[in-house]
Design a protein around this ligand. Structure first.
Ligand code: AMP
Length: 192
């Protein structure tokens, strides 16, 4: 059976780091909605130009646009054995659209991880990342916006998936290896 994994959590919780490691370990593609947008912006596409202001401010790109980007990505053949989704869905509208897509292609999440960390820790981690990577949306103001948007739009999805019975909460304020070990032990319980 395919291993379809979702990582929920605020920016700075370690989603990208963990997703990369799970992707390598289980040989499933890491699908990161933010990376897809950054690639479009770097390539200077029309779509990239359209989203740049919203992205730089730390606001959410429109649901319709994100849903289409993810629909296209999930239709690629490399997702057949599963995938790890990072950064999408971020709103209830996106989660409902994803359920519909899954219905059409006969899929569901094997497991949904909610990586949880206090805002102060997220803020500090993002500030450090700003120094290292220089991401355009890692300014103090944009970081604040993104955490606000997370609490308002994305955090309710924890309940959304808990109600479906496949949510695993994870304390993200620990070392990368500790978090990974907990994720792996949950993945081992997923029926093969
Ligand atoms: P990330 O790399 O996941 O931190 O995302 C960076 C930025 O890309 C976000 O602050 C949003 O502007 C945009 N973005 C990424 N994923 C989504 C999504 N699912 N819905 C709306 N905007 C998104």
């Amino acid at each position: 059976m395919a291993l379809n994994v979702l990582l929920l959590g605020p920016q700075g919780a370690g989603k990208g780091t963990q997703a990369k490691r799970i992707s390598a370990e289980y040989d499933i593609p890491h699908i990161a909605s933010g990376e897809i947008l950054r690639a479009e912006m770097e390539a200077g596409t029309e779509l990239g130009r359209r989203v740049r202001d919203v992205y730089d401010r730390g606001d959410l790109v429109s649901d319709d646009l994100m849903i289409e980007l993810i629909r296209t990505r999930l239709a690629q053949p490399d997702t057949e054995a599963g995938f790890i989704l990072d950064g999408f869905p971020r709103t209830t509208v996106q989660a409902e659209a994803l359920d519909e897509m899954f219905g059409d292609i006969g899929r569901s999440f094997s497991v949904v991880f909610a990586l949880q960390i206090p805002d102060e820790v997220a803020f500090e981690r993002l500030r450090k990342r700003a120094e290292i990577e220089g991401r355009a949306d890692d300014t103090d103001e944009a970081i604040r916006r993104r955490l606000e948007n997370y609490h308002r739009e994305t955090e309710p999805l924890i309940e959304y998936y808990r109600a479906r019975g496949n949510l695993v909460p994870i304390h993200g304020d620990r070392t990368e290896n500790e978090v990974l070990a907990e994720i792996q032990s949950a993945l081992e319980q997923v029926p093969a």
